[in-house]
Design a protein around this ligand. Structure first.
Ligand SMILES: NC(=O)c1ccc[n+]([C@@H]2O[C@H](COP(=O)([O-])OP(=O)(O)OC[C@H]3O[C@@H](n4cnc5c(N)ncnc54)[C@H](OP(=O)(O)O)[C@@H]3O)[C@@H](O)[C@H]2O)c1
Length: 352
């Protein structure tokens, strides 16, 4: 008997949507039963509408599936909807789905600032999933909304959490070097990005300055209280296909040695609630001891693209320490991260 949870992918044809399709193809707990896209694609078979971008072949199960309109009424069988929608469309569709009893795991920014919607990164804040009960009570939703962070926040928030738990982070300055796939497809024109660095990504710096404090905040059973630390962000687009690299300097309340900080990163463990979730990597944080790592081309796909990579942890001449982090933006930073969120949801709400 097939006892998989029926799920849908909203905006299944885009850069993140394709990652969902690929990662869900053989998922042990989830089965994709509905897919949606824009009016351009509605009524077409997936193989007709989708310009497939991944090196793995398009999964057989999805080729002939017909794309449905992106509205809650299309989701007749889904218990969970994975959303890769543009934020403005997500605002209405995700809300309608939550009201209709569907749990939405979203990559869009539309609800990240809602006080009752978690920005869930299971390595850092698995207990925030319990705010779904508060959503249902206070908003009257039968389902719920869980977001994951902006793909650049994802890259440094897990390492910073590991350090914060032992040394209390007070301030950080972050500089990103973001891959072109972070802008979706076709994204940034080749004439703009080749041989170039673009020192501006609209709306991105504000996200990096808000999201980590919510993720690292404390949930008291009713509300999430923002962590008091401050972030200043500079965001840049660079000519890399996948994986965002971030250089950061940070100040700590409790002082520790370089070795103690590296130990905090290397010994960081998943909470017991996460053990056995199918898409968790074997390690949450990989510390690279080579002086010139992590690098996108060599490190982004280690641990199935689901790990947070760190290197070059050393003293900073202005703040206490500095380091480099890296993570795959469309796997860990988008579809893969969202699938782990749904696995945690399945464990807490669907008895998996
Ligand atoms: N790329 C990343 O690294 C990344 C990481 C984290 C979060 N995100 C977020 O994930 C979302 C998707 O990003 P992406 O990179 O996948 O973008 P993308 O490659 O540009 O894909 C856009 C998707 O949205 C669909 N769409 C466009 N307009 C629509 C409408 N009016 N109604 C319904 N569907 C519509 C498109 O369908 P058609 O094919 O039919 O046009 C396509 O499936 C965004 O909110 C983005 O901020 C992206």
């Amino acid at each position: 008997m097939n006892n998989k949870i029926p799920v849908s992918v909203l905006a299944a044809t885009g850069s993140v949507g394709q990652r969902f399709i690929s990662l869900l193809a053989d998922h042990p707990w989830f089965e994709v039963v509905e897919i949606t896209a824009s009016d351009r694609s509605v009524g077409l078979r997936y193989e007709e509408a989708c310009h497939w971008l991944l090196p793995q072949p398009m999964p057989e199960f999805v080729r002939k599936m017909v794309l449905l309109p992106t509205e809650a009424a299309s989701l007749k069988k889904s218990a969970i909807a994975f959303s890769a929608l543009p934020a403005d469309i997500a605002k209405t569709v995700e809300l309608d789905a939550a009201k209709a009893g569907i749990y939405v795991c979203s990559n869009a920014s539309a609800y990240r600032k809602d006080p009752l919607v978690p920005i869930l990164v299971p390595e850092a804040n698995p207990d925030h999933i319990r705010i779904l009960d508060v959503q249902q009570k206070e908003y009257g939703w039968r389902g719920g909304i869980i977001t994951n962070p902006n793909c650049t926040t994802t890259g440094f928030v897990v390492p910073l959490t590991a350090i914060d738990r032992k040394f209390s982070v007070e301030r950080a300055i972050v500089f990103s070097m973001q891959a072109i796939s972070g802008a979706g497809y076709p994204g940034v024109a080749s004439m703009d990005i080749l041989d170039n660095v673009i020192p501006y990504i609209g709306g991105e710096e504000e996200k990096l300055e808000f999201e980590p404090a919510k993720i690292m905040g404390k949930f008291d059973g009713a509300r999430i209280h923002q962590h008091p630390f401050k972030v200043s962000a500079h965001t840049n687009r660079v000519a890399v296909v996948d994986a965002h690299t971030i250089c950061l300097s940070f100040e700590l309340k409790e002082k520790g040695s370089v070795d103690a900080l590296i130990d905090a990163l290397e010994s960081f463990e998943f909470s017991d609630l996460l053990k056995g979730l199918p898409s968790l990597p074997e390690k949450a944080i990989v510390y690279h001891r080579e002086a010139n790592r992590p690098q996108p081309r060599f490190d982004r796909n280690l641990y199935h693209g689901m790990a947070s990579h760190v290197g070059r942890l050393r003293p900073c001449s202005i703040f206490d320490y500095r380091m480099v982090t890296l993570s795959h933006n469309t796997i860990k930073g988008a579809a893969g991260g969202s699938i782990v969120n749904a696995e945690l949801l399945a464990r807490t709400k669907f008895g998996k």
